[in-house]
Write a protein that binds this ligand. Sequence first.
Ligand code: AHM
Ligand code: MG
Length: 335
Amino acid sequence: MRINQVISLSQFIADQQSKHPEATGDLSKIFRDIKFGAKIVNRDVRKAGLVDILGAHGTVNVQGEEVKKLDIIANEEFKSSLTLGGDCCAIISEEEEDIHHIETTLNQDSKYIIAMDPLDGSSNIDVNASIGTIFSVYQRISPVGGPVTMEDVLQKGSNQVAAGYIIYGSSTMIVFTTGQGVNAFTLDASIGDFLLSHPDIQIPKDGTIYSINDGNYDRFDQGVKNYLDYCRNSKIKKPYSARYIGSMVSDFHRNLLKGGIFMYPSTSDATEGKLRLMFESNPMAFVTEQAGGKATTGDGTRILDIEPTEIHQRNPVFMGSPDMVDKAESFIKVK
Ligand code: AHM
Ligand code: MG
């Protein structure tokens, strides 16, 4: 008997698995490993101000950006958890230039590939604002046992088997989809487990929150500027609110629950925008669509349909409440 109908993440996954007699249980084990990694990273995030893991690492990552110590730590912790679990054959990470092959005896028969941004929103680390981990799960295309290829890794987002994020906020939550809706589990620190807190999340069809880095306004295309002018127009039916912390997981999560649009468009000096297709756009787009939302590049292109050509490629992002994304696109398409 479950006390007060509390459902743990492990129980939920086991229940889902039992509905699929053909399931091998390997995906459940991937979630076990992601959950374990999340708990370890959560521990380190929570004590970041007390020990020497804040601040810059002194190197830049493959994007040429400054690396924080916690980025490195989180990357190593998830890699370790997924390697020791034995059900993942390769990882691609925002913090790694190339494919990280896992070729231990334990992992040689595994079919799953993980794409992850181990610590997203890292500019927020030093100021104690919410940060997150973003992950995708794919099945390899080439036969199990052989070397993982670029084709295995560069799959379009619609091939994702599962995706989600962990938010290290005022509480720690894991929000994910396996293609059957979106559910969120909150970490109960007293028992050390994630409990179902937000079943079957549906994003509101419309909303009043727009999230964008307004400092880039002068470098946006005219269509994006026109949409932002519309959002600021006090004569529209509902006054809009601008909300932007600069941590995608946090900005996205708020809009998922309250209704809104999250945007990171291209700019005149970054024609593909900033966010990475494999590590940020695809997993969030899968969650968005599974919650009833819409995720595009702003010109009608569905993010999940983009054919990736390189591990670290970027793309413009417009995602959230479907009516808001449609409205934004109606401005952007009119150049
Ligand atoms: P990161 O992966 O290096 O942390 O960068 C991604 C982050 C996103 O979380 C956020 O939406 C975006 O960068 C904010 O960028 P900006 O500071 O340009 O607005
Ligand atoms: Mg990131």
